[in-house]
Design a protein. Structure first.
Length: 459
């Protein structure tokens, strides 16, 4: 009996001890913090105690009182990019975070094409990965935090993961797309870059939206664990200060393009609402061509169309086209091209760099002149060109019967319009380009960026 009393006394004494400072996984050694802004630091301490935070970059001290549940949060200003620095956090017991860099931080999310590591998967390699691993240097200031893939029916405040330096061993498991994006961004801006990767293969967009968002959209709650990835893999990062979002997802929504058309515009709204930092940049990747429900069908082409149309309506957004990077099997292996195209977009639209192509021409409208359909484009950084000795392919024209026939196409060198005709159609009314599940790009700009598939009809 005495042993039981001793055990209970020891247990009660342990419970009454002051709790040590607890920090979320993303606030740890080797992290990268966003430069020239007020970042947030947060965690848990003993209820109602005062927490002291000291930052080595300006030798300032900040204090904040933990709430009844022990939660605390403080805003701390950051300087220009640099490091390494330290942060001391104490409520009587001190924790020191070391080897901290300050630079540019991007949040990378989506499904398997975002999470696919540099070492690839069985039978699905990443082009150029071995050269990256051979040349890896952990002193290059690009660092990665990869969140453990998990779901939750309720909102979570933390996740699992750690910040990694770019050594050969570490890079094997790092997102290939995030690596190529961060590498070019760091090299160009000459500042440290941090990539937070929170992705889950085989997921649908419903899972990445908060319950509030999907609850407002008819049909969304009936699909694929709504909000469970938002709860476990988005919500825990809401206080981590970032520069913007990268997104690569869509394949698992090809079965219902119309629902996806309602859900996709809500994603950047939902993410921005979670971070409460205004209209942060949102750059996303259009899904690549693939077989899906049949090579000649158009289901996934409709998904590509939804993504293309939303680029015009989502504020501070941009889409990377991958019409030239698809394949009949597995995941596209050319992640360097995708990562670099995202970097072009960010460098131009977020960082104000000029003098290079970053956004391919986009379909604008058509004009019918007898048997010809004349296609006009919206031009930003580049114009349509035809590579030497390459014909424009995958154009189709239809008349009033709505039957599409293969067409020939050429570029008017003066107007930069594409002129399309089909022998079988004497009175054309509609044109399509690469509007099938699996197709290949033939229309590019002078920088080698492909034009997205498009159609002039809505049949």
């Amino acid at each position: 009996m005495n042993k039981i009393y001793v055990f209970l006394f020891a247990l009660l004494w342990t419970i009454s001890l002051p709790a040590k400072i607890q920090l979320p996984a993303v606030l740890s050694n080797q992290m990268v913090l966003q430069q020239q802004t007020d970042i947030k630091l947060w965690g848990k301490a003993t209820s109602n105690t005062w927490v002291t935070i000291k930052t080595s970059w300006n030798n300032r001290t900040f204090t904040v009182q933990a709430g009844k549940e022990g939660n605390w949060l403080v805003s701390v200003p950051t300087p220009l990019a640099g490091g390494p620095y330290e942060i001391s956090i104490s409520d009587g017991e001190e924790i020191v975070l070391k080897d901290i860099l300050i630079g540019e931080v991007w949040f990378c999310s989506g499904q398997s094409n975002m999470s696919m590591p540099l070492q690839g998967w069985n039978g699905q390699p990443i082009e150029g990965a071995n050269e990256v691993l051979v040349k890896a240097n952990e002193n290059i200031p690009v660092r990665f935090f990869t969140a453990t893939a998990k779901t939750s029916p309720t909102l979570q405040e933390d996740t699992y993961g750690e910040w990694l330096k770019p050594s050969s061993e570490n890079l094997q498991s790092v997102s290939a797309l995030a690596y190529f994006y961060g590498q070019l961004l760091q090299e160009t801006l000459d500042v440290p870059v941090g990539l937070v990767v929170s992705a889950f293969g085989g997921s649908k967009i419903e899972s990445w939206l908060s319950y509030k968002a999907v609850d407002d959209i008819p049909g969304a709650l009936a699909h694929h664990s709504p909000s469970q990835l938002y709860n476990a893999m988005i919500h825990p990062f809401k206080n981590y200060t970032i520069k913007g979002f990268l997104w690569y997802q869509g394949e698992n929504n090809w079965v219902d393009p119309e629902l996806y058309a309602r859900l996709f515009p809500e994603l950047p709204k939902d993410f921005r609402r979670a971070w409460n930092a205004g209209e942060l940049p949102f750059y996303y990747v259009q899904i690549a061509p693939g077989p899906y429900d049949g090579v000649e069908k158009t289901t996934s082409a409709r998904i590509r169309e939804v993504q293309m149309l939303n680029e015009k309506t989502i504020p501070n957004a941009g889409m990377v086209v991958t019409l030239d990077l698809g394949g009949l099997y597995g995941h596209p292996s050319k992640k360097k091209e995708v990562g670099h195209r995202l970097a072009y977009m960010a460098l131009a639209k977020t960082y104000g760099r000029k003098g290079f192509g970053y956004q391919a021409p986009a379909y604008k409208s058509i004009e019918i002149n007898k048997q010809e359909i004349i296609i006009s484009f919206e031009y930003t950084s580049s114009r349509c060109v035809v590579p030497a000795f390459v014909n424009l392919e995958n154009f189709e024209v239809a008349g009033a019967d709505r039957i599409f026939y293969p067409a020939t196409a050429r570029i008017n060198e003066r107007t930069r319009c594409v002129v399309v005709t089909a022998e079988e159609v004497t009175h054309p009314i509609a044109v399509r380009y690469a509007y099938k599940n699996f197709t290949k790009a033939s229309l590019f700009d002078e920088y080698g960026l492909p034009v997205s598939s498009f159609r002039s009809d809505n049949w």
